[in-house]
Design a protein around this ligand. Structure first.
Ligand code: FAD
Ligand code: A2P
Length: 275
């Protein structure tokens, strides 16, 4: 005789969990990228550039959480996130189907190194990203503190295809008319989007455009980066982060942390397979 299986305990709906938040809007940018906004927990205080854990309940009713950079600035009433859609990804195969009014789980414990506090004061701030690694910078370029602390802010974002740049491009364009920071951004924020596998006005990897000096020539600014003048934040795949770090170290910049602010900081945009 086979033993009777214990029936699964009924799972609580997300809205009864203490960390439930409500989705307020969703926008799909490509078949692999989307962004969404949700309510902000009253208790959540964060520094622009930090990340939190968010997710949904799995089939067993357990929270399935992943790290997500907060893409909205610290002053915003809501939270914004910019997400990949991994076809078989445990979380994003579901998360990509959320819509306005749905509930997500969000742990209000922000952490991270891509914060201005982890850098020494400097003149120029470089934000170097690939793919969804632009998310923490989407937060920082909307924060007045970024423009109070630096004379210029240079955002380099590289993707394979032009369509993958749309979220960043639209955000940068919208800042000009932003009532809070429109004036601060003017002339201070330099945006350098590039693609590597589809033709666009600017092509090439961040690493190649830094090493060759192309980005300095195209933007009409002094190069290379120096430890006296420049600060940098890196956010991409592990390989990207390692290669950019080597270039910056070659120019004499040192990696800092919250506990020891120096000339640049690094964070993984995601954890790759086998790493
Ligand atoms: P997972 O099992 O987590 O991932 C499956 C595979 O998909 C990974 O092994 C990797 O090869 C690939 N992958 C996962 N995430 C990405 C990505 N973002 N870009 C390219 N390939 C990826 N993801 C975001 O979409 N937006 C963010 O703002 C974001 N911030 C993060 C911040 C930190 C500090 C870390 C460590 C990760 C961050 N991630 C972010 C990745 C995120 O935590 C999840 O990995 C992602 O949501 C996919 O979850 P999943 O369960 O569907 O698949
Ligand atoms: P490329 O098309 O030349 O590989 P991925 O989707 O593989 O994470 O890559 C996202 C973007 O980052 C692509 O434009 C890719 O360029 C670029 N990239 C990937 N690895 C590196 C690296 N090690 N250094 C610089 N750029 C990289």
């Amino acid at each position: 005789m086979t033993q009777a299986k214990t029936p699964a305990a009924p799972q609580p709906p997300i809205r009864t969990l203490p960390d439930a938040q409500t989705v307020t809007s969703v926008r799909h940018w490509t078949d692999t990228l989307f962004s969404f906004r949700c309510t902000r927990p009253r208790s959540l205080r964060f520094r622009s550039g930090e990340f939190v854990m968010l997710g949904l309940l799995d089939d067993a009713g357990k929270p399935l959480l992943r790290a997500y950079s907060i893409a909205s600035p610290s002053w915003d009433d809501e939270l914004e996130f910019y997400s990949i859609k991994v076809p078989d990804g445990p979380l994003t195969s579901r998360l990509q189907h959320i819509s306005e009014g749905d509930q997500i789980i969000l742990r209000p414990k922000p952490v991270g190194t891509l914060v201005i506090d982890a850098l020494l004061p400097g003149k120029r701030l470089w934000m170097l990203a690939t793919g969804t690694g632009i998310a923490p910078f989407a937060s920082l370029i909307r924060d007045p503190e970024t423009y109070e602390k630096f004379d210029s802010v240079i955002l380099m974002h590289t993707c394979r295809q032009v369509a993958e740049l749309a979220y960043g491009r639209e955000l940068v364009e919208s800042l000009k008319d932003d009532p809070l920071i429109g004036e601060m951004v003017e002339g201070k924020l330099l945006y350098y989007p590039t693609t590597t596998r589809e033709d666009s006005p600017n092509m090439g990897r961040v690493t190649d455009n830094l090493s060759s000096g192309k980005v300095f020539a195209d933007l009409g600014i002094d190069g290379p980066l120096t430890p006296e003048r420049d600060r940098a934040m890196i956010c991409g795949s592990l390989a990207f982060n390692i290669d950019v770090k080597a270039i910056l170290e070659g120019w004499g910049l040192r990696e800092g942390a919250n506990s020891e602010p120096l000339e640049f900081v690094v964070e993984k945009a995601f954890v790759g397979e086998g790493i």
